[in-house]
Design a protein around this ligand. Sequence first.
Ligand SMILES: Nc1ncnc2c1ncn2[C@@H]1O[C@H](COP(=O)(O)OP(=O)(O)O)[C@@H](O)[C@H]1O
Ligand code: SF4
Ligand SMILES: [Mg+2]
Length: 324
Amino acid sequence: MNSVFEIDNLTISYEIDGVFYDAIKNVSFSIPEGKITGIIGESGCGKSTLGLALLGLLKKGAKLRGGKILFEGRDIFSLSERERIFFRKNKTGYIHQNPFESLNPIVKIKKQLEERCSGDCNFRERVNELFEIVNLKEVDLILEKYPFELSGGQNQRVSIVSALLPSPEVVIADEPTTALDVTVQSMILSHLLKVKEKYGLTLILISHDVSMVSFFTDYVIVLYGGRVVEMGGTDSVMKKPIHPYTVALLNSVIKSGKRPSPIEGEVPSITDGINGCPFHPRCKYAFKRCSEAFPSVGYGEGGDHIFFCHLEKDVLLRPKKSHV
Ligand SMILES: Nc1ncnc2c1ncn2[C@@H]1O[C@H](COP(=O)(O)OP(=O)(O)O)[C@@H](O)[C@H]1O
Ligand code: SF4
Ligand SMILES: [Mg+2]
């Protein structure tokens, strides 16, 4: 299968009081073309840092400290400024958790959308088509509004339209429904799915919501403490999780007939500078080696399901009382 992104040994750090701390550490994976890949993990695990990096963006204070991100074979951090702007504007779309991060509250929707539509993009045609897909009625009325005059759900749908206007190849949606009411959440996701199907997009769905990722994605990457700890086909990872963190994350959500069990302890801060497996302070299986070295790769069923734990798969998959 073709990949749109190849991430190779990526490390991104934030400078705090003159010291660099890793938010993403030696991360490698690829994003398959035309599929939906989910990136999950609790808050603070590095999801947004990684999502922005895929656009060649680093937040203030962040530094690329190693590795590379190839988009269609080219290293996006080595592109010229002009090429990078073209890549961001035409090849990718980004949907933020908070639509106001992508929409300027004091500029009319029409002007903001026009800025996303250049070159071959026929503004009126694209707007009509996309407004219909995301079920936004009264196109002319909305185009003349300011974002502050619209509801949260309408703004998020406008930001989906904005992300899609230049017909990008990849859309990255970072917690696209977290700021919305539960009733609007599934509607927004089904619009995203429709758009993905219609245009054959590659979609990267970043979320802490395990149920949403299970339902909507083809592949899943589990991040913890800035490291990939498990990844593979969504069915395989969600139905047969191997890594203790993935198991704990799945056990922490409400499932019918099962009482959720929260994960004890907290996500580490990057300034904790945890060595070895980042999950070791919270892992009930942790032993000496876990705090000394990051584990090498282990393999689940099928070629693409992998995990990083010092324990063998057979030991991890053995039925445990606490999981029933
Ligand atoms: N601008 C910043 N300066 C310093 N640390 C940051 C900054 N942004 C994020 N971090 C830290 O980097 C880690 C990863 O953050 P983030 O990528 O936002 O995670 P997530 O999206 O999974 O919540 C967290 O420990 C967070 O506190
Ligand atoms: S490497 Fe050690 S601490 Fe990390 S998940 Fe495996 S057993 Fe737990
Ligand atoms: Mg985030």
